[in-house]
Design a protein around this ligand. Structure first.
Ligand code: GLC
Length: 593
């Protein structure tokens, strides 16, 4: 009943015909919930018992088709047919080209266990290792699982704050658990962090807003009283002392993922969760001096938690803000102050999507327009709305921009356009449908065109390009951890694989994710699951990277499970809201979106 195929297709003969008609990858996407069963059957009994001993249930998605209102399966079903007539995609081309060359080790790149496993539905041995490592990172509070440590690195004594449960780091762990049918840890995490939100937060003598969610927390055990208690960090002990703006958004996004995956509405509907959401949003929806619908932020308030010149209106926060607003909209009850909150959200979403889709979007045409901008324009007729100086366009972007493709730039503010590419913001824009379907496709096109720069040898560059020399000194404040092509400054972060995969599945281009997964599988476990890689191509294990970094492990698992069963995407993606299309006619100098 789960397979949305007309009944004649369900006979074994027709399935065989389908297999021969589509490439395995196309068939994979086409019949995912069903092929899930086929694949299960082909697992060796040893693998199955190994997986079972790790507590892995052979479950697929927990949303029924009727619940998956956000997943346009029809689109997924139509796509393979279209693809057959299309010219070979970049992936197909490059993979066959690759097979013609021998790797430095003297064997064909395609002739490896990794690539041969790609079409045999066998789970990669790394999966079992990853699950084991993920379970080792679990944190318990009075006997209940409440999260996962940022890293369990036994190769160093220097723990720093990696022995804590970070809200943003827990997201891929939570998704992996949800996809495996284990929702308890996610529920406990959501409830514990909600309790922490309620505590008084201070930095010196300054009291933080009520809605702020912790960046991380730690379970501390009192051996005398034999009890556990939680210690949270709201940014006051972090580098730079910045409150995490992303934590609250991830919390709301996770609450929806939990609800979608389990079908359990009782959690999100509790007065506590309703209040928690409203408190988070009241921090962002309050009226003030803003002239833009985007959210003004300090440097270091998100995944990039050090000074990196992302203050102002960073894309990562704007995309998460948009996604959290939409998730909250689907969960808030329209009673009491809920109704007012819903109204505010709706208005903000409208303005935010217009602003982002128009002013943050950069493609060849738009770049050319900015290059020709006049400055010093006053009044409503100004084309150059933020007075961006064409001279401030960095040289690299002219060569980088393909004729087909585009992306949301890093930041837009008064006379300020940060042209850098940031992976997280762009992937979340696709997942949340902040990007229009055309923009989403253009982002994927850019990734294909600029594979070496944005993916390289280890997915995925956190941002591109890096800052160096004088610019690095001024912008990062001479940060020795963020030197060029390292850490947040153009380093490669395996955790971003899950977001890339989600974006690929949403846009119907899983081959791109598959290619990135192959890269990860060739190195990540051998290198002991590092936090990040350094270098222009991401070839070197990061200078100060933790080993056994939990979100590198969980990100891989989520990517694999998404590819195996694309219906999981419903947990973390939102379909386009047709009402939010740009309504205002743009001046002639703006390309039509
Ligand atoms: C680093 C990262 C941050 C992450 C933390 C824990 O500080 O910049 O994004 O949450 O480590 O892994």
């Amino acid at each position: 009943s789960f397979l949305p195929l007309p009944s004649p297709y369900k006979s074994p003969l027709c399935l065989l015909l389908l297999f021969s008609h589509f490439s395995s990858e196309e068939f994979f996407l086409l019949s995912s919930p069903f092929s899930h069963l086929l694949r299960r059957r082909s697992w060796s009994s040893q693998t199955v018992s190994e997986m079972e001993s790790l507590g892995l249930r052979a479950v697929g998605s927990h949303c029924s088709l009727s619940e998956m209102d956000d997943l346009d399966l029809n689109r997924a079903l139509d796509r393979p047919r279209l693809k057959i007539e299309r010219k070979r995609s970049f992936d197909e081309r490059s993979m066959s080209e690759l097979s013609r060359h021998d790797s430095p080790r003297g064997r064909s790149v395609l002739d490896t266990p990794l690539s041969s496993a790609r079409n045999s539905f066998e789970p990669h041995p790394m999966m079992a290792e990853a699950w084991e490592a993920l379970r080792r990172s679990m944190v318990f509070f009075r006997g209940l699982p409440v999260g996962t440590l940022a890293a369990v690195d036994n190769t160093t004594d220097e723990v720093l704050n990696y022995d804590q449960v970070f809200v943003r780091d827990f997201v891929p762990s939570a998704l992996a658990f949800l996809m495996n049918g284990e929702s308890d840890i996610v529920k406990h995490f959501l409830l514990k962090t909600l309790q922490l939100q309620d505590s008084e937060k201070r930095v010196d003598r300054f009291k933080l807003g009520k809605g702020v969610m912790p960046a991380s927390f730690k379970v501390s055990h009192d051996p005398i009283r034999e009890t556990d208690h939680l210690v949270a960090d709201f940014g006051e002990t972090a580098i730079g002392r910045v409150a995490p703006v992303d934590s609250g958004f991830w919390w709301i996004i996770l609450l929806r993922a939990y609800t979608k995956s389990t079908g359990d509405l009782t959690l999100s509907e509790t007065p506590e969760c309703q209040k928690g959401m409203k408190l988070i949003l009241s921090l962002c929806l309050a009226e003030g001096f803003d002239t833009f619908p985007t959210l003004l932020c300090a440097d270091g308030c998100s995944m990039i938690d050090r000074r990196m010149g992302v203050y102002g209106y960073p894309i990562e926060i704007q995309a998460l803000f948009y996604m959290a607003l939409r998730c909250a909209l689907s969960m808030l009850r329209p009673d009491g102050d809920g109704r007012e909150c819903i109204e505010k959200i709706t208005k903000r979403l409208h303005a935010l999507s217009f602003h982002m889709r128009n002013y943050f979007w950069l493609d060849y045409q738009q770049l050319n327009d900015i290059y020709r901008y006049k400055t010093e324009e006053y009044s409503h007729t100004a084309v150059n709305k933020f007075n961006v100086m064409p001279d401030s366009i960095p040289d690299w972007v002219f060569d980088f921009m393909p004729l087909r493709g585009g992306y949301f730039v890093g930041n837009v503010g008064p006379a300020h356009m940060d042209f850098r590419w940031f992976a997280l913001g762009n992937c979340v824009s696709i997942m949340s449908s902040l990007a229009t379907p055309d923009q989403s496709m253009a982002i994927m096109d850019l990734l294909e065109h600029r594979w070496d720069e944005l993916v390289g040898e280890m997915p995925l560059k956190i941002c591109y390009p890096c800052l160096e020399g004088h610019e690095w000194r001024i912008v990062t404040g001479c940060d020795p951890k963020n030197t060029r092509w390292s850490y947040h400054n153009g380093g490669s972060w395996p955790v971003l694989l899950w977001q890339l995969t989600a974006a690929c599945i949403k846009t119907g281009r899983p081959q791109i994710a598959r290619r990135a997964v192959d890269l990860i599988e060739s190195r990540l476990h051998r290198d002991c699951w590092p936090e990040y890689y350094d270098g222009k191509l991401g070839r070197y294990v990061g200078k100060q990277a933790r080993k056994y970094q939990t979100w590198s492990i969980a990100g891989y698992l989520v990517a694999k499970m998404l590819l195996e069963d694309p219906s999981h995407i419903g947990m973390i993606s939102l379909e386009e809201d047709k009402l939010m299309k740009p309504v205002i006619k743009r001046s002639a100098s703006w390309p039509q979106l």
